[in-house]
Design a protein around this ligand. Structure first.
Ligand code: UDP
Ligand code: MN
Length: 297
C-alpha cells in the first residue's frame, strides 16, 4: 500500500496537517480513496501543525462522559494524561458530562485550559448511556461549547493518553480507525446489517470501520454528525431495534455517507491487548483495561 496521487491535493486542502511526508510510511495506507489523509506517525510534522494552529488562535474542545462507575474508574487518569498530551500549548476546554458533578476529580490544569462540568441524567442501561451521548453532544454543540470551541474531539473515558495528540489531528471532520479491525477485509467488518436499521450498511458498502471512542471536527460538522446519529437511534428505537454496536454503528453509517476529511491511524487509539505491531510506532491513546462485571451490572 502506498500513497495515492490525490494525497498532495488533500495536503493543500487541509489547514492543520503539518502533513509533509505521506510517503514516509510506505507500508501503510496514508490516503483514502476520496483524498483524505490517514495520518500515521512520521507523516506529519507536529511543530508545523502546532504553528498553524497557534496562528489561528484556536480553542479546542474535548468532551467526555463519565456516568456511574466510569467516573471513579477512568476519569482522573483520562484528564491527567490529557493535560500531558492533548493539544499541549493550545487553548483547551474540557467538557465532562456526568450525573455527579461533585465527584469530578480536581485535576491541575495548565494556563489556557479549563474544565466545565455538565450534568446529565443517568440512563439505566450502559447501552443507553453510550447512545444518549449523541443527543447530549448535539445540544452542547448548539450551546456554550459550540460558541467557545472552533474544533471539538469527542472521546470515550475508558482510555488514557500515552503520546502527543496535537493539532495534526484537527480537520473539518475526523474519524478514528478501529484498532481491532483496520486489517480486516470489508465483508467481515461489524457494521449493522439489518436493513431496517437506520445504521444499516449493505454488502459492498463501508470504507473502514471507525471507532466511536474518538471522533472530532468543526462545531458545524459535529452538529450534523450528532443530529444524524441521534435521529437514527430514535428511529430504530421506534421500530424496536438497536444497532449492533449502538452509537458506533450509526457513526459508521454517517461517515459512509459523509466522508471524513481526515482519518487517524490506529496509533491514535490503540488497544494494548493486540500486542505490538511493526506499524504501530507511537500510540497516542491506549484503551484502559475493562472490568465489565464491575461496570455493567
Ligand atoms: N459511559 C459511561 N457510563 C456508562 C456507560 C458508558 O460514562 O455506564 C460512557 C463512557 O465515556 C464510555 C462511553 O460511554 O467510555 C462508551 O461506553 P463503553 O466505553 O463502555 O463502550 P465500548 O468502548 O466498550 O464500546
Ligand atoms: Mn470505550
Amino acid at each position: 500500500m502506498g500513497v495515492c496521487p490525490s494525497a498532495r491535493m488533500a495536503l493543500l486542502r487541509d489547514n492543520f496537517t503539518g502533513l509533509l511526508h505521506p510517503w514516509a510510511r510506505p507500508e501503510v495506507l496514508t490516503c483514502t480513496s476520496w483524498g483524505a489523509p490517514i495520518i500515521w506517525d512520521g507523516t506529519f510534522d507536529p511543530a508545523v501543525a502546532q504553528r498553524e494552529a497557534l496562528q489561528q488562535n484556536l480553542t479546542i474542545g474535548l468532551t467526555v462522559f463519565a456516568v456511574g462507575r466510569y467516573l471513579e474508574k477512568y476519569l482522573a487518569r483520562f484528564l491527567e494524561t490529557a493535560e500531558q498530551h492533548f493539544m499541549v500549548g493550545q487553548r483547551v476546554v474540557y467538557y465532562v458530562f456526568t450525573e455527579r458533578p461533585d465527584a469530578v476529580p480536581r485535576v491541575a490544569l495548565a494556563p489556557g485550559r479549563l474544565l466545565r462540568v455538565e450534568r446529565v441524567a443517568r440512563e439505566r442501561r450502559w447501552q443507553d448511556v453510550s447512545m444518549q451521548r449523541m443527543h447530549t453532544l448535539h445540544e452542547a454543540l448548539g450551546g456554550r461549547l459550540g460558541r467557545e470551541a472552533r474544533f471539538v474531539f469527542c472521546m470515550d473515558v475508558d482510555q488514557y493518553f500515552h503520546g502527543a495528540f496535537g493539532p495534526e489531528a484537527l480537520a473539518e471532520s475526523v474519524a478514528q480507525l478501529h484498532s481491532w479491525h483496520y486489517r480486516w477485509p470489508r465483508w467481515l467488518l461489524p457494521y449493522e446489517r439489518d436493513a431496517r436499521s437506520a445504521a444499516a450498511l449493505a454488502p459492498g458498502e463501508g470504507d473502514f470501520y471507525y471507532h466511536a471512542a474518538v471522533f472530532g471536527g468543526s462545531v458545524a460538522a459535529l452538529r450534523g454528525l450528532t443530529a444524524h446519529c441521534a435521529r437514527g437511534q430514535r428511529r430504530d428505537r421506534e421500530l424496536g431495534l438497536e444497532a449492533r454496536w449502538h452509537d458506533e454503528s450509526h457513526l459508521n453509517k454517517f461517515f459512509w455517507l459523509h466522508k471524513p476529511a481526515k482519518v487517524l491511524s490506529p496509533e491514535f487509539c490503540w488497544s494494548p491487548d493486540i500486542g505490538s505491531r511493526a506499524e504501530i510506532r507511537r500510540p497516542r491513546l491506549l484503551w484502559a483495561p475493562k472490568e465489565y462485571a464491575l461496570l455493567r451490572d
